[in-house]
Design a protein around this ligand. Structure first.
Ligand code: HEC
Length: 251
């Protein structure tokens, strides 16, 4: 966050307040990606907390909810039967910023005592995600704690996604590991589809499902799951497309 000066934030907040109070067009002001709620019958934005745009590149000292925390939660916790909108086990929904803040057990005054963080290290069935799912890694747990310690803000940044020199090992695998493997790993993979290695990824790359699902093409189940989750950034969809167009090679 060191690249935003407090005065800039103040000015921005005043401008936002001015717009909200005095604009005759009383539409809410949204900044950043709109996230739609699958339970909404009228499609539209539900995350009313504006995403604060930080100009890229990402500051290594800040935790970015949209780019770093939400994908961990959707991929490891928000599957059907667990913490998606329909299942909402114990009232906890981990599919969007507002839902995580309001239902996820975030304790700003005592971050390490947050249920969202503590549950990651409980023993037996109380551990989240419960066995046989793998526990989150130490790095992922530390990131979630740091996010809460920094005020559990809704920050996003440009992750430095690169569409030049696209390879399986350097571009596609890290993306699938980060965004998809939690639900498409060895244990109970969604739709029976595993995405943990080249051979598995190649099958869905060549039959059209990999690009069709992430690009939300008609006739494909939109991914990441569940329906209504934010699409992955366009640059990452392009990375997948470029890799497939190049023959989905094992490079
Ligand atoms: C939160 C869990 C979750 C995440 C995250 C997730 N998926 Fe899925 N995926 C599922 C489930 C569940 C199904 C089966 C859906 C169904 O059959 O209704 C599925 C199905 C699929 C299918 C088959 C769809 C079809 O039309 O047959 C593909 C391909 C797929 N996912 C790719 C991905 C990719 C690529 C990502 C990452 C960008 C991803 N998924 C992220 C849970 C997830």
């Amino acid at each position: 966050m060191k690249n935003i000066r407090p005065i800039t934030v103040l000015l921005a907040m005043e401008a936002l307040l001015f717009v909200t109070l005095f604009s005759c067009q009383r539409d809410p002001v949204y900044i950043g990606e709109l996230i739609t709620d699958p339970t909404d019958t009228i499609p539209g934005p539900i995350d009313t907390t504006p995403v604060v745009i930080i100009t890229d590149p990402c500051d290594p000292d800040s935790v970015y909810f949209q780019a770093q925390v939400l994908p961990i939660l959707t991929s490891n916790c928000a599957m059907s039967g667990c913490h998606d909108v329909e299942s909402h086990k114990e009232g906890v929904i981990l599919t969007s910023y507002d839902k995580v803040k309001s239902t996820g057990g975030v304790n700003l005054s005592n971050p390490s005592n947050s249920k969202l963080y503590k549950s990651l290290s409980e023993s037996g069935e109380d551990r989240m995600p419960p066995p046989p799912s793998d526990a989150l890694t130490a790095d992922q747990k530390a990131l979630i704690l740091k996010w809460i310690q920094q005020g559990a803000q809704n920050l996003t940044c440009d992750s430095g996604c690169d569409t030049t020199n696209v390879t399986y090992s350097g571009s596609v695998k890290p993306l699938l590991d980060f965004r998809c493997k939690g639900c498409h790993g060895a244990n109970n993979p969604g739709g029976g589809i595993k995405l943990t290695n080249y051979d598995e990824a190649k099958i869905v790359a060549l039959d059209g499902k990999l690009h069709g699902t992430v690009n939300h093409d008609p006739n494909y189940k939109p991914m990441p799951y569940p329906a209504g989750s934010a699409k992955v950034p366009q640059c990452e969809i392009d990375v997948i497309r470029i890799w497939i167009e190049g023959g989905a090679q094992n490079n």
